[in-house]
Write a protein that binds this ligand. Structure first.
Ligand code: CTP
Ligand code: MG
Length: 229
């Protein structure tokens, strides 16, 4: 089977609150999205990368990666899951049994090592896998009044990161099912979970943060600087 990639990048970055969508902000020597795309382009076994963009996006075309022969531009949707579904549909040559990596444009600090490990372990699993990181804080469940109902055992709680790796046909069908059933899908794994599947958790670096708020950009810059050594 072949390996493909999807980058959802059609969000507006409302929480970040900048004049531009956060994926187009400068981080060290290039924009956030260029870091994320170049991390995937380094893996020569990825046949093509479908990048889902806002239909009115006028930033992407000026980036050098827009001209890469493996990069394909696709219109995103109003929800992240719609953007991913559109990008999958654009990978016309993908077979159902091929694998697809989905990686947030807003995660520029993912390491090559973690991507390789995810591919290795995910392709050996029957469902697929996601990068994840164990929660470090003590976790509480709240009551409706905002009081503590209980402490949740932290040892079973993980933060879901990207990339996430699934069979092309499985992911397409799971997203369609969840859309039809109006089920909440906040990452690709949750779509597969709604179909009764149990993807593998692959422990990745906690440095693989999602740029969400302005402070995250400063933190990412520190992490990227550390990468070069
Ligand atoms: N995304 C997308 N299509 C959407 C919404 C989000 O492709 N309709 C992408 C974003 O561009 C981002 C990734 O999904 O790369 C993760 O989403 P998030 O961090 O929530 O980004 P935004 O939705 O842009 O941010 P916010 O929720 O603060 O508006
Ligand atoms: Mg969002």
């Amino acid at each position: 089977p072949r390996l493909w990639a999807v980058i959802p990048a059609a969000g507006s970055g409302a929480r970040f609150g900048a004049a531009l969508p956060k994926q187009y902000l400068k981080l060290a020597d290039k924009t956030v999205i260029e870091h994320s795309i170049s991390k995937l382009l380094m893996h020569s076994d990825i046949a093509a990368i479908a990048v889902a963009l806002h239909p009115d996006d006028h930033f992407f075309s000026s980036l050098s990666c827009a001209n890469d022969s493996r990069v394909l531009r696709v219109d995103g949707g109003s929800e992240r899951a719609h953007s991913v579904a559109n990008a999958l549909a654009a990978l016309e040559k993908a077979a159902d049994s091929d694998w697809v990596l989905v990686h947030d444009a807003a995660r520029p600090c993912v390491s090559n090592r973690d991507i390789k490990r995810l591919i290795e372990l995910g392709c050996a699993h029957s469902v697929g896998a996601i990068l994840a990181s164990p929660v470090v804080d003590t976790v509480k469940r709240s009551t409706a009044l905002g009081e503590i109902a209980e402490t949740v055992d932290r040892k079973d709680i993980w933060r879901a990161l990207t990339p996430q790796l699934f069979r092309y046909g499985d992911l397409r069908d799971a997203l369609r099912f969840c859309h039809d059933q109006q089920l909440l899908v906040t990452d690709e794994a949750s779509a597969l979970e709604h179909c009764g599947r149990q993807p593998l958790l692959v422990e990745g670096s906690p440095r693989n943060i999602k740029i969400t708020y302005p402070d995250d950009l400063a933190i990412a810059e520190v992490f990227l600087r550390g990468e070069e050594q």
